[in-house]
Design a protein around this ligand. Structure first.
Ligand code: URA
Length: 237
């Protein structure tokens, strides 16, 4: 059980500084259970708390776990340089509470991007020790051949990598579409593996992480959703 005053609750949820949140409460912008609360002296149980601010309903969340269906031309880096950052696709409260991408997709890669403000979760999910499979669909410049699939499964040597990297699963989906599953998340890994195998990646989409599929989330490109505990459970191998 955690009881907090409304200004502290709002600050934890990314609505701004403590002072700004206190002003919001005193200005009558926040209600709990249909009642406008103008005092920060009252404390509320955070578990299951629902509040309304600027005419929008919010659930209190100690940590947020999000999936974004990333469109092309957005950068995952904290300081994007050539394209807008993926955080611009989320409500600004998430930037305030330090939500970050879990790993990175290239600016031109689309599909499933996890985001969270839970540091240990981000660390665990990105750790190579966890062997979380990531599924990609790569559109290839040249036709997908049996030799290409075989080479990617056997492993290819990439510059700067001490040992060859292999896909844990790989299959032809159509003439120029390949599904490839990787356990690691090295820089430009799919693109570099395809190049090393003699083809070229023309477009790339991440379609699943662990057993959680993008299709099951039914998100349009650019849309996001919170992950429920049972969906988080699917992120492990
Ligand atoms: N591999 C790539 O080459 N790019 C990505 O964005 C993800 C995996």
């Amino acid at each position: 059980m955690t009881k907090l005053s409304l200004d502290k609750i709002l600050q934890s949820q990314g609505f701004g500084t403590r002072k700004y949140c206190r002003d919001l409460v005193e200005d009558g912008e926040v209600s709990v259970n249909g009642e406008v609360i103008r005092s920060c002296k009252l404390a509320f149980e955070t578990a299951g708390l629902q509040f309304r601010i600027f005419d929008e309903d919010w659930d209190y969340r100690e940590r947020v776990y999000i999936v974004l269906n990333k469109p092309a031309n957005f950068e995952c880096s904290r300081k994007p340089s050539h394209h807008p950052g993926v955080l611009t696709l989320l409500p600004e409260q998430f930037s305030w509470r330090d939500v970050q991408p879990v790993g990175r997709l290239d600016h031109d890669t689309t599909g499933m991007l996890l985001m969270s403000d839970d540091g240990p979760f981000i660390h665990a999910q990105s750790s190579p020790k966890r062997h979380v499979p990531k599924v990609y669909q790569a559109r290839t410049a040249d036709p997908v051949t049996a030799e290409l699939v075989d080479t990617l499964l056997k492993g290819v040597k990439l510059h700067d990598e001490p040992a060859p990297l292999a896909a844990i699963f790989c299959q032809k989906l159509d003439e120029n579409l390949l599904e490839i599953v990787l356990e690691q998340g090295k820089y430009h890994q799919v693109k570099r593996m395809l190049a090393a195998a003699g083809n070229h990646c023309a477009a790339l989409q991440r379609t699943a992480i662990g057993r959680l599929t993008l299709a099951s989330l039914a998100l349009e490109e650019g849309d996001w959703c919170y992950l429920a505990p049972e969906q988080l459970g699917l992120l492990v191998p």
